[in-house]
Structure formats: structure tokens, C-alpha cells
Design a protein around this ligand. Structure first.
Ligand code: ZN
Ligand code: ZN
Length: 274
């Protein structure tokens, strides 16, 4: 099982503190399947860079609707256009998302592609060849199968509690990976991380600003470490990094929680084996 970091950054980029970090995305492959965590702005270019034709992606898990995690219309448009010029024709997209995203998708699609006659269907009329979208409503405690693996979701606290958000857990025969999305410290993230081999945790809260992070719904490195320690996580990948603290300071803060496992500060295009 391999995780490739497609984006370890946030919703801003090119600043001195975050010169080469792009918004969140994690490409997970194992013997029997694949899954993309979050479809952020420009994700297709990063998939191309690692040699994955974006139109061949079938499974995408979206944590929440903030655009640094969910920019599906441009990806879908690219998938639609690819076969027109000789590329792979996508047939089916399995999308795992909070119920609120599923409910609002027809409206969002209609804004971007008002001429498309049937926003959710594989449609061949008038030359439209959208991939068929199979939406999976994942709010609440939900589990779905993806080939020989299973995907669990948990509701987590984010955006002052007003942004429906999920954390995901992918269990394969080769190991279990949890991705926090954006979250504060809450029961959802504590329950879904139990004994994970790898916990991809956001750490966008500034060191020492635990209350501020908690109020909005983010984690500091300490919080991520504390959750990993309590859950018996083996390896912790800190991401969604705004560059407010040095790597060294983040690791020191994380260690104060008592977490003894491996800590990795994520970098774009890094690969982690499980
Ligand atoms: Zn967010
Ligand atoms: Zn975010």
C-alpha cells in the first residue's frame, strides 16, 4: 500500500512560508484498488505529474465542501474533454462525500455546465459524454466496500461546527489509513483513528493556539499527536501545513503529547509505504 502526497499545503500558495505546497490531495494505491482523498484545485495536474491519467480515477473521497478540498467541476470537465482528443474515456466515478455535498451537487453542476441536459447521468444525447456519477452519502457512521477494501467515514467538527465534514478510514489487506480532512478535536476523529497504521492528520493550527484551533475546527501538532497517542496510531503524517511554525517546532509540539510513533512532516510528491 502506498500513499502519495499530492498536496501538503492549504488554500494559499507561493508565499515565503509556503513556497511549494499545494492544496490537499492524497493518492492511495494498494493491490486491488485506488482512492483519491480530496479533489482540490488543480488536482489533475498533480495526478499527471505522478503518471496517473486523471480520467482513469474511479474512486474519490471528499471530506468537505471548502474549495481547497472540493473542486470537482473542473476535474469533471477535464474528464469529459479528455476522450474528445483521444484520451481515456471515464465511465464511472464513485464519489464518497458528506450528504450536504451530494444534495447540492445538481445545483453546482448546473452553474458550471448549464447546457448539460442530465447532470447526474451518463448522457450520450447531443454529444455529451459525462462519466456516470455514483454518489455515496457518507454522513453519520457509514461504511462502503471498494473492491477488497472498505471505507469508513466519521462526522467531524469543522468551520465552527457549521461545515459538514468527514474523516475517512480506508482498510485494505495491507493496512489501515485514516485521513482527517479538516477537523477540530472531537469524538469522530478519536474513534476513527483507532490502531491505524498511518494517520494523515491536518495540523493547520499554530503551535500553542489550541483553543483557537478548536473553536474553528482545526488541529495543532500537539492535538494531532494526542489523538495519535490515545488511538495507538503507528505513524503520523502532519499535513495541511500553513508554514506558521518550523518543522522542528511542529515535531517538538507533537512530541509533547506523548506520541512515540514516527512523525513525518508532509511534502508534496512524497511517497509513504505501508
Ligand atoms: Zn476546511
Ligand atoms: Zn482545508
Amino acid at each position: 500500500m502506498q500513499v502519495t502526497v499530492l498536496g501538503s499545503g492549504v488554500c494559499a500558495s507561493g508565499l515565503p512560508r509556503i513556497p511549494d505546497r499545494q492544496p490537499p490531495g492524497f493518492w492511495v494505491t494498494w493491490d486491488g484498488g485506488h482512492l483519491l482523498f480530496d479533489a482540490s484545485e488543480g488536482i489533475r495536474f498533480r495526478l499527471q505529474r505522478i503518471g496517473v491519467p486523471y480520467a482513469s480515477v474511479q474512486h474519490i473521497a471528499i471530506t468537505h465542501s471548502h474549495a481547497d478540498h472540493y473542486a470537482l467541476p473542473p476535474l469533471l470537465l477535464a474528464m469529459f474533454c479528455t476522450p474528445l482528443w483521444g484520451g481515456v474515456k471515464p465511465e464511472l466515478l464513485d464519489l464518497y462525500a458528506p450528504d450536504a455535498i451530494v444534495d447540492s451537487w445538481p445545483t453546482l453542476f448546473k452553474i458550471h455546465v448549464p447546457e448539460a441536459p442530465a447532470p447526474n447521468d451518463h448522457c450520450t444525447e447531443d454529444g455529451f459524454l459525462w462519466p456516470k456519477l455514483l454518489w455515496h452519502r457518507m454522513s453519520g457512521t457509514k461504511t462502503v466496500g471498494i473492491g477488497n477494501a472498505k471505507l469508513d467515514a466519521a462526522d467531524v467538527f469543522h468551520g465552527f461546527g457549521r461545515c459538514p465534514a468527514l474523516a475517512f478510514r480506508l482498510e485494505t489487506p495491507e493496512g489501515a489509513v485514516v485521513y482527517s480532512g479538516d477537523t477540530g478535536d472531537c469524538d469522530g476523529i478519536r474513534n476513527i483513528t483507532k490502531h491505524a497504521d498511518l494517520f494523515i492528520s491536518e495540523a493547520s493550527g499554530m503551535v500553542g493556539h489550541r483553543e483557537a484551533a478548536k473553536r474553528y475546527g482545526h488541529l495543532t501538532p500537539y492535538d494531532a499527536g494526542d489523538i495519535a497517542r490515545a488511538s495507538g496510531v503507528k505513524k503520523l503524517l502532519l499535513t495541511h501545513y500553513p508554514g506558521l511554525d518550523s518543522n522542528k517546532r511542529m515535531v517538538e509540539d507533537c512530541r509533547k503529547s506523548g506520541f512515540k510513533g514516527k512523525i513525518i512532516i508532509a511534502k508534496d510528491f512524497q511517497r509513504i509505504q505501508i
